[in-house]
Design a protein around this ligand. Structure first.
Ligand code: ADP
Ligand code: TRP
Length: 331
């Protein structure tokens, strides 16, 4: 039997090509070896996103983005966190097993307190209970679906450890394996995709190439990549070139080797290199863009897919909650 992997996706902004290579593609690859489950963590996003129109739109864009990138809802379980109310039943029960001190030590909460201290504010200024109890909701997401493996970046490892602690407290109390203990799978070798200005591509730096940018915008953004002042004839170092670093993500090994040769030989200007990048990027992204636009234009279809996913998810979730309620004496 395959092990179960769970991926939580926080819908906090439009997807860019850093997300695509750093998160979407590696996560979609899990479906080969695992029984893969993916969900949109919309209640987690609510902690920071208070504009309903914006949140609604981001949820849809992120859902359509995963589907357009190749997530097959027939083969995996794909759902919105908010469509699985069992999350809250389990979350409430887990609260009873979570030490407040554990939450005090959570990185995100500690960082907020630290920042307040530095600014001379009340230590809890701007901290909502959603932020404070974030690790419990995340533990519920994970434990509800019997996850064996949760692939995450380094910043999320502490949350997985807290989910383990909470699950162990439950199991120890009831002297049985009520909840499965999950393991973090830290993605060490995932490439950091550079943005237009050379820093890490990130929404917060405003240097992103949106994954589903229309063709004209995609070309215009690529033309804006900052380069040095080397002339056309000069030999260029591929390894230090952002255009090359991006090219290699989209191109085959042969294409990449050929571009490196042309860089070194001289005679290739930055303009031509950017055209080459646009061409391979658009080759990969054009079909995704078309699928994305199709889903965004057909809300009923998107809702249908998410609705069917929620039904599959709830079958699993109900079993876990009923196990937990029975163990607890609330059955
Ligand atoms: P942003 O930095 O734009 O706010 P997020 O923090 O929402 O992006 O990231 C969502 C996912 O995409 C995470 O798994 C993160 O590791 C990945 N990711 C974001 N930017 C990059 C990048 N430039 N290169 C590789 N992975 C990235
Ligand atoms: N906290 C994760 C993030 O910020 C998102 C998330 C919520 C998640 N619940 C999860 C990830 C459960 C994995 C499993 O990216």
């Amino acid at each position: 039997m395959k092990k179960i992997s769970l991926t939580g996706i926080k819908p906090t902004g439009i997807l860019h090509i850093g997300n695509y290579f750093g998160a979407l593609k590696p996560a979609l690859g899990l479906a080969r070896d695992y029984e893969a489950r993916y969900f949109i963590a919309d209640y987690h996003a609510l902690n920071t996103m208070k504009d309903p129109a914006e949140l609604r739109d981001t949820i849809r864009q992120v859902a359509a983005g995963w589907l357009a990138s190749g997530l097959d809802p027939e083969r995996v379980v794909f759902y919105r966190q908010s469509s699985v109310p069992e999350t809250f039943e389990l979350s409430t029960m887990l609260m009873a097993f979570t030490a407040k001190g554990l939450m005090n030590r959570a990185h995100a909460y500690k960082a907020a307190v630290e920042e307040n201290r530095e600014k001379g504010n009340d230590t809890d200024a701007g901290v909502n209970m959603g932020l404070f109890t974030y690790p419990v909701l995340m533990a519920a997401d994970i434990l509800l679906f019997d996850s064996d493996v949760v692939p995450v970046g380094k910043d999320q490892v502490q949350h997985i450890e807290m989910a383990q602690d909470i699950a162990q407290a439950v199991n120890a109390n009831y002297r049985s394996e009520v909840l499965k203990i999950p393991q973090a799978a830290v993605e060490e070798q995932v490439a950091v995709v550079p943005g237009l200005d050379g820093r890490k591509m990130s929404k917060s730096y405003g240097n992103v190439i949106p994954l589903f940018a229309p063709e004209k915008e995609l070309r215009a953004l690529i033309m804006r990549i900052v380069t040095n002042s080397q002339g056309v004839e000069e030999s260029k170092d591929p390894e230090t070139s952002r255009i090359y670093q991006l090219y290699r993500l989209f191109a085959s090994a042969e294409e990449t080797a050929a571009l490196a040769r042309r860089y070194r030989e001289g005679g290739m200007g930055w303009g031509e290199a950017k055209e080459a990048l646009f061409s391979v990027a658009n080759r990969e992204l054009a079909p995704l863009r078309e699928k994305f636009n199709g889903l965004m234009a057909d809300p009923a279809r998107l809702d249908g897919i998410l609705g069917a996913g929620a039904e599959k998810a709830r079958v699993i979730a109900r079993a876990t909650v009923s196990r937990m309620r029975k163990a607890a004496g609330i059955d």
